[in-house]
Design a protein around this ligand. Structure first.
Ligand SMILES: Cc1cc2nc3c(=O)[nH]c(=O)nc-3n(C[C@H](O)[C@H](O)[C@H](O)COP(=O)(O)O)c2cc1C
Length: 190
């Protein structure tokens, strides 16, 4: 028996970019959505909506809106912010929706579903493709499916990112750059 299932799922969730053709069963999609809607939200306003896309034609249109998201996942869930009822200014809804997105990806891991979060997309094109109203914003597209390959569990833990009691400027952490991601991709690390 798994003694630390949540912690294990957190480390096991890795972005996967090649999927099997197997569709995602509706009971699993429902579990993903229940996990999403169990996320914390400021004042419990739950400023989210989730657009589930598993129709191949619609899915293709969603993927076309992305810069780096044209993977073969059989399912995409678009995490949207519904913000007009929030009585304060700002982008705080993104924190709530981000927590919901992560909950879905972790629940997916437990269900044997791999995922990749896509943040770069043409919001207007996505709005048009999915008939998203003007007062609803899109945060990310999460692609889900059965993984076609495995990645080992890991954390990027580094003590250099940890500051005790106050920010310690002597911690000179080498930040990751876009070039490092591109080098990983060139080396076939998906
Ligand atoms: C907000 C956000 C946007 C992302 N956008 C993309 C994307 O457009 N395309 C992609 O392939 N991966 C995307 N990713 C996945 C990251 O590249 C990935 O999480 C990161 O490289 C760490 O790898 P891991 O998820 O396997 O731990 C995104 C992740 C986040 C959180």
């Amino acid at each position: 028996m798994c003694e630390h299932p949540v912690y294990d799922a957190i480390l096991a969730r890795r972005s996967i970019r090649i999927f099997l053709e197997t569709p995602v069963a509706h009971d699993k999609i429902e579990r993903l959505l229940k996990a999403a809607m169990a996320a914390p939200s400021a004042c419990n306003l739950q400023p989210w909506a989730f657009i589930v896309v598993d129709d191949p034609q619609v899915l293709a249109r969603v993927k076309e809106t992305t810069e780096h998201g044209q993977y073969n996942a059989p399912l995409a869930i678009v995490v949207c912010g519904v913000t007009q009822h929030i009585p304060w200014e700002g982008d705080g809804w993104m924190q709530d929706c981000g927590a919901a997105a992560q909950n879905m990806m972790l629940a997916g891991t437990e269900l044997g579903l791999a995922s990749v979060c896509i943040g770069g997309f043409d919001e207007d094109a996505l709005r048009e493709a999915l008939e998203i109203p003007g007062d609803v914003q899109s945060l990310c597209i999460i692609e889900f499916g059965c993984p076609a390959y495995a990645r080992p569990p890991m954390t990027w833990y580094t003590e250099e990112a940890v500051h005790w009691q106050k920010f310690d400027p002597s911690k000179s952490r080498t930040m990751r750059t876009l070039q490092m991601l591109q080098d990983d991709a060139a080396a076939g690390i998906l």
